[in-house]
Design a binder for this molecule. Structure first.
Ligand code: 3JN
Length: 330
């Protein structure tokens, strides 16, 4: 079997660490693992396949011999260093927003648009976590009923904002002085309707990412309007989603389509209090869906509830799945 040299940029972050865990778990054929990070983290050790590997300082020449470079160190780092990786002959799978909307960059969720991977010109973008878990559910429904419009509200885990955000929540809950202050307000016992920066029209960048990325991944004019909210939760992101269809649908058709959909697990039995929750989605790769109900206010519509681990399917697992598809070929 061919083995690959794999770089992980942002190797000491929440997503970078998870990328290495997922590469190991899924037995990605790694020859050499190259963990890369800023000068501050260089010299630390990460564990991979039972061995300690030293984190190296990210530099333009870090990518010599690398076949696949997984980036998760923010859009600025991706913009600066992804071109060096491509120049060295690597394929970059980038978890930031740096290239997502570029025409030449495929934006991929393998369950939805695996074919797009093979159009890459060196860089493949991993979508935003909130978009990924939503489109995995929307795709089979769009193929069958045609989606006209989606109204989504998110309940996003603090893990989406990184290690400093997790530290703020833990310290606030413990009632101790904060090690870090990531959010402008307390996040414990609170909800912040504010993820990423605000634009002049009142929407946040996270909300606009969901709208634009969904159309690009689904290659369809599916309209999305979003409200994204940070909640004091660790295990995953939740989404309340209202979907309006072109064609008539029933709840049982929707349920059976989703039961057969790749990467989806239906948890929907109100009589047994069965519905998806972020506590249960932690460290799982699937997208969980439940609370499937008819929207009686429109001719054809559904309400449902989607939960997934944003650090796994929303980031690391999706990136590794792209890498797997890439080496498997078209
Ligand atoms: O807040 C979340 O739950 C997800 C955060 C994603 C994020 C945070 C900072 C910068 C992104 C992203 O993936 O879109 C970016 C970015 O790359 O723009």
């Amino acid at each position: 079997m061919k083995l690959y040299d794999v770089a992980v940029v942002g190797a000491t972050g929440l997503v970078g660490r998870k990328m290495m865990q997922v590469l190991e778990e899924r037995k990605f054929p790694v020859n050499r693992l190259v963990p890369l990070a800023s000068e501050r983290s260089a010299g630390k050790e990460v564990r991979f396949n039972g061995k300690a590997v030293k984190v190296q300082k990210l530099e333009p020449r870090s990518f010599e011999g690398v076949h696949v470079a997984l980036f998760s160190a923010g859009a600025g780092v991706s913009k600066e260093f992804a071109p060096h990786a491509v120049k060295a002959g690597a394929v970059v799978i980038d978890n930031s927003s740096a290239f997502r909307m570029d025409e030449d960059t495929p934006l991929v969720v393998p369950e939805v648009n695996r074919h797009a991977i093979f159009r890459h010109k060196g860089i493949i973008a991993n979508p935003n976590c909130s978009t990924i878990q939503m489109v995995v559910v929307l795709k089979p429904l769009h193929d069958r009923f045609g989606i006209r419009r989606v109204v989504v509200s998110t309940y996003q885990s603090v893990t989406g904002a990184g290690q400093r955000a997790v530290a703020q929540l833990e310290d606030e809950i413990a009632g101790r002085p904060l090690r870090e202050k990531k959010f402008p307000y307390p996040i414990a016992y609170n909800c912040l309707p504010h993820i990423d920066v605000f634009f002049d029209d009142g929407y946040t960048k996270e909300e606009i990412k969901m709208k634009l990325e969904t159309k690009k991944i689904m290659e369809a004019d599916v309209e999305v309007t979003a409200t994204t909210v940070r909640v004091p939760v660790l295990g995953g992101h939740s989404e309340s989603v209202n979907i309006e269809f072109e064609k008539p649908c029933t709840v049982s058709e929707v349920r059976s389509l989703l039961q057969r959909a790749p990467g989806v697990i239906v948890q929907d039995d109100p009589a047994k209090n069965l519905y998806p929750m972020p506590l249960n989605s932690y460290d799982k790769d699937e997208v969980f869906v439940g609370r499937i109900r008819k929207d009686e206010t429109i001719p054809s519509g559904i309400n449902l509830w989607i939960v997934s681990d944003n650090i796994r399917k929303g980031a690391a697992t999706n990136a590794v799945q792209i890498a797997e598809a890439l080496i498997a070929g078209a």
